[in-house]
Design a protein around this ligand. Structure first.
Ligand SMILES: Nc1ncnc2c1ncn2[C@@H]1O[C@H](COP(=O)(O)OP(=O)(O)OP(=O)(O)O)[C@@H](O)[C@H]1O
Ligand SMILES: [Mg+2]
Length: 335
């Protein structure tokens, strides 16, 4: 019988798009599409398209259709969603699913309508929108149905969202249109300024993930990467250390801390005291950065902890929102 009431959650992220049903995460694909320039047909989607990034002839274009959590290329997003929905529910779609899709907190009505339309045109039965931090809170089982305060920080690839929630609604929140990609940029800039060597975004991200940290670590790691000498244009290997990445990330991390601090400042004191007791849940891929829990705990004065499912909690929470839609409705983005 479950088939008849099939519901899907979609987390349309800047870097990854995830689809889940009430049982499991069904798909996780990079939000990237390769298109044939001439007829605008989709050639590859997700991982296969990402592998083509920067390596295709002029007849093909590899596009990231989302920027900072919102749709930048509507047609390509439609094609991506169509592909994903077809994969999970079959092209025939006898049992049309109901879909809950997340959008960053505070996007404009034009931006949220675009997400709604893009899902609807895939032929689903109904499409609903949910604020991303609300979905994340449901996905990590925070008691947001109660009058007590709960805080979530979503550290995504293209956005950073901090939100305090109670009674199924968002009480205070902010979205910064910058995230993991901007941390990668900061590493690229650091390496160029300090060593006169140009590295690519993929290399910068590898440095961040493998040896990076938000605060100085007891055990320093190092990693050798290939770059290009800024002056001669020739390949040049360089070795970077954890301490250098910490230094490179200082400024963008300070901006993240400031965003969280502003949210706390506008939160009523009763709710702040709940949050001090319960802690702040860190979600999104950026929550995996070593020591970011320590940095936030120290600079906010509230214990921050990494959740068990940082990358999938939004999509899992989006599915969980479907059966409680009547209670949530008032607090969801309007289209
Ligand atoms: N171990 C790690 N350390 C630091 N950053 C990481 C780690 N693992 C993944 N990331 C970063 O997490 C980001 C992707 O996270 P996520 O999938 O939550 O983003 P998204 O949902 O696509 O973006 P958004 O929600 O902003 O639209 C990337 O910037 C990636 O570099
Ligand atoms: Mg996200």
């Amino acid at each position: 019988m479950a088939v008849f009431s099939k519901g899907l959650g979609i987390d349309l992220g800047t870097i990854y798009t995830r689809v889940a049903d009430s049982v499991q995460v069904l798909m996780e694909e990079p939000t990237i599409v390769a298109i044939d320039v001439q007829d605008q047909k989709v050639v590859e989607v997700g991982k296969a398209a990402r592998d083509m990034y920067g390596r295709v002839p002029e007849s093909l274009e590899v596009v990231r259709p989302l920027q900072n959590g919102v749709i930048a290329d509507y047609e390509v997003t439609e094609k991506l969603l169509e592909y994903l929905v077809n994969q999970v529910s079959g092209p025939m779609r006898i049992f049309k699913p109901r879909v809950m899709i997340s959008v960053p907190w505070g996007v404009t009505s034009v931006e949220s309508r675009a997400a709604h339309e893009a899902v609807l045109q895939t032929g689903v039965r109904q499409a609903y929108l949910i604020w991303q931090p609300l979905a994340a809170a449901l996905g990590v089982d925070l008691p947001i149905n109660s009058p007590s305060g709960n805080m979530v920080i979503c550290l995504g690839g293209g956005t950073t969202q901090a939100a305090v929630m109670a009674m199924y609604g968002v009480v205070s929140a902010e979205t910064m249109r910058a995230g993991g990609l901007q941390l990668d940029d900061a590493i690229e800039t650091y390496v160029r300024r300090r060593y006169g060597v140009i590295i690519g975004q993929v290399t910068a991200e590898q440095l961040k993930i493998r040896i990076g940290a938000a605060v100085p670590q007891d055990s320093e790691q190092s990693m050798e990467v290939q770059g290009q000498d800024q002056v001669t244009g020739l390949p040049r290997p360089i070795t970077l250390t954890t301490g250098e990445i910490v230094e490179a990330l200082e400024d963008p991390l300070r901006a993240i801390v400031e965003t969280c601090r502003r949210v706390l400042e506008k939160t009523p004191p009763e709710l702040v005291s709940d949050i001090i007791d319960r802690g702040v849940a860190l979600t999104g891929g950026g929550a995996l950065l070593r020591g970011i829990d320590k940095l936030l705990t120290k600079s906010l004065g509230i214990p921050a902890y990494l959740v068990d499912n940082p990358m999938t909690c939004v999509v899992e929470g989006a599915v969980r929102a479907l059966p409680i839609y009547p209670q949530l409705r008032r607090n969801l983005p309007q289209v």
